[in-house]
Design a protein around this ligand. Sequence first.
Ligand code: SF4
Ligand code: SF4
Length: 180
Amino acid sequence: MLTNRSKQVVNKKMTFMERIYLPAILKGLWITLSHLFKKKVSLNYPEVKRTYSPVYRGQHVLKRDEQGRERCTACGLCAVACPAEAITMVAAERTDEDKMNYREEKYAAVYEINMLRCIFCGLCEEACPKEAIFLTDRLVNVEDNRGSFIYGKDKLVESRENPIDISKRQVWSFAGEGKA
Ligand code: SF4
Ligand code: SF4
């Protein structure tokens, strides 16, 4: 005997009350009814949303610099750091006409993150030497096919008109690091 919790199975005869099942059914219904009046732990998402932590790690953003140029230089460090092998990219060389679009001489012509693989660990953000990739507090959308979870630059690069403010999240991260 490995523990003292083992019980010997006894094939005893059921009593009359056990055979009619009614007390067991009523007991089950009572448990269900009692839960109706308890405080609910679930939310009617998406109508109601929880307050997320200021350092919640959600959908990535590829940032632009002050002049609106993409910061990413397709060095591949984020892909190497990614434990889920969720990042792929194709590098290209910047031409003179592209100087307004890309900050570095090399840029990511293709940059994809497989959101089904991603575990939102944030290692890509930490590995990036160009402050090009950050995780944000945005949720990844629900999709009905696997292909739509491959996020390309169209979904990852922030728009020039509506840049994504990651400064608040970064302040929290650094404050947390300082305390540790
Ligand atoms: S958050 Fe983690 S798992 Fe997701 S892409 Fe970045 S490094 Fe990979
Ligand atoms: S996001 Fe950063 S680490 Fe990843 S390829 Fe671009 S510059 Fe390199």
